[in-house]
Design a protein around this ligand. Sequence first.
Ligand code: PRE
Length: 363
Amino acid sequence: MAKKKSPATARPAGPKRQITQLDRELLKLLSQRRRLAEELAQQAASTASAQLAAEDEAIEKLAGNASSGLPDAYVRAVLREVMAGCRVGQRAVRIAYLGPEHTFSHLAAVHRFGAAADLTPVSSIAAVFEEVDRGTSDFGVVPLENSTDGRVTDTLDCFAKTRVTVCGELPLRIHHCLLGSGPRAKLTTVCSKPQALSQCRKWLAQHLPGAELRPVASTADAARMAKDDPTVGAIASGSAAAPLGLKLLAENIEDQPDNVTRFAVIGGETPEKTGRDKTALWFEAPHEPGSLADAMAIFKRQKLNLTWIESFPIPGSRGRYLFFLEFVGHQAEARVRRALESLGKKATQLEVLGSYPQADPID
Ligand SMILES: O=C(O)C(=O)C[C@]1(C(=O)O)C=C[C@@H](O)C=C1
């Protein structure tokens, strides 16, 4: 018969065994949490926006008060993933993004909604808008502007053509890599989305001056092309290399070290005022002297700080322009409502795209 060890002589478990034990406990707790989330969902159905707002609030409370000593970004990412994995018993929250997998839009969508969310890759920015407009997806993630390269025209074009709203912003720090399946010296072509090529223009001129620069629909599309041809390099996210079996031929090749792309989260309901919000809109001013200055004076009068302004030609109407505008404030504020009312009287067209919390860049 085996001799039982007395508690006094039992050796304490080593760190490896303790970690395995903790992982088991974590899984038990996660499945308990998932069951409770299912119970809650059966008691009270909620919209995708309400679900997301409740998650945001919970993450904010937990991450804000964390005494764990864990890095804040880590705590937030883990909690987001835990919550995404517990979105059960209710209709899945569907999110469309410019695919295929491993684009920067994909990274932004994972950051906002979690990898366990129902993420749908589509082949163009216009297709993201269509998904949201048709209601096939609850939300979409689209690039809006880049700190090096400026506005993303396709996105502004879609805002002008559809009635899709904005419910969030996601500024993401963009680090570009050169990916390939062969050696760098063999590259004759470099593919990427035009915005990514433009953000690395100086690096390309210096390091691959003879290469043909070929624009494609997304950085991950470029990576797929590089996989099939060793003479083709792709500018894409480093995270696309391993899953596609590509080599990292150069890292951090963006011309500006502080290269940030601001994504818009489209669809959903307008989030409540947080006290640190922005409002986005577009308008057309009458074609007469001083009309744009008069429109801007409204914001000055109401002491509303502008954060972005773009003029954009109205597709198919030569000489006519839309102005995209973003300012600090929420539609729930009286001074914002007053400004929108005055602008509505001056503008020949006005579309308020939405109010949403201001966000800090994600590394
Ligand atoms: O092609 C991608 O990976 C995208 O998500 C699109 C996009 C863009 O159009 O701005 C997003 C971020 C980078 O600025 C480069 C490309």
